[in-house]
Design a protein around this ligand. Sequence first.
Ligand SMILES: Nc1ncnc2c1ncn2[C@@H]1O[C@H](COP(=O)(O)OP(=O)(O)O)[C@@H](O)[C@H]1O
Ligand SMILES: [Mg+2]
Length: 238
Amino acid sequence: MSTPLLQVSGLRVSYGHIEAVKGIDLQLHEGQITTLVGANGAGKSTTLLALSGLVKKAAGSVSLAGLDLSRMSPHKIVAHGVVQVAEGRATLTTLTVQENLELGAYARRDHGDRNADLAHVYSLFPVLKDRARGLAGNLSGGEQQMLAIGRALMAKPLVLMLDEPSMGLAPIIVQDIFRILRDINQAGLTIFLVEQNVRQALKIADRAYVIETGRIVLEGSGRELLVNPKVQEAYLGS
Ligand SMILES: Nc1ncnc2c1ncn2[C@@H]1O[C@H](COP(=O)(O)OP(=O)(O)O)[C@@H](O)[C@H]1O
Ligand SMILES: [Mg+2]
C-alpha cells in the first residue's frame, strides 16, 4: 500500500489522571474514507481533538505527508489542510448561511477563486444556496450539519475530519449526509470519519478502526468489519 497521507503513532491523551487515549496508531490513505468507530466514551473525540491540536498529547506523533504536526498550533494544522467539522454543528447562528461559508475560507492555504468554491459547495448542497441569505440559526439540524461540512470545505482541506455527523439526525437525513460524504470522497478528498453509527460508517469506509476504552481493538476494510462477528455482536445488534 502507498505511504499514508496522515500517520498517527503511539498517541496518548490524558485528562488529569484519566487516560482517555492509550497509545493508538492509525493511518489515513489519500483518497480514502477512514473511519474510527466505537461506543460513547471510547476516546473518539479525544483522538480527533488531538489531531486538530486542540488537546495536549501526552505522547505520540502525527504527521501529514512527512510533515510533523505533533506540536503545531490548531490554526497552523488547519492551514496545512487538516480541517475538522465541528461536533454539534457549531455554525454561527446569527450569521447568514453565506457568511458562515465565507468564514470557512479564512484559514485556507491558498487564496484561489472563492466564488468558484462557493459555487461548488452550493452545488453539493443546493438547500444552502436556496437559503444563502437566511440566518444559519433558522436551518434544520440536517441543514446545519451540511453548512458545517460546507464551511470546512471552504478551507480547501487535504483531510476532512468529522466527529459524529449523524448525531441527532433522522435516518433519512443521515443517509443524505453519508451520500454527500461519499460524493466528496469520490471527487478525491481524504476523509476521517468518527462515528457511533457503526453500520453506516462501515458501509462507506474503505478502512476502519474500532476503538474501545482508548485502544484500537480491530481494524480492517469497512466491508470486512461489517461481517466480523465481534463487530456484529458488539455494535450491530446481531
Ligand atoms: N474534558 C474532559 N475532561 C475529563 N475527561 C474527559 C474529557 N473529555 C472526555 N473525557 C473522558 O475521556 C474518555 C473519552 O471521551 P471521548 O473522547 O469524548 O469519547 P467518545 O468521543 O468516543 O465518546 C471518556 O472517559 C470521557 O469521560
Ligand atoms: Mg465523541
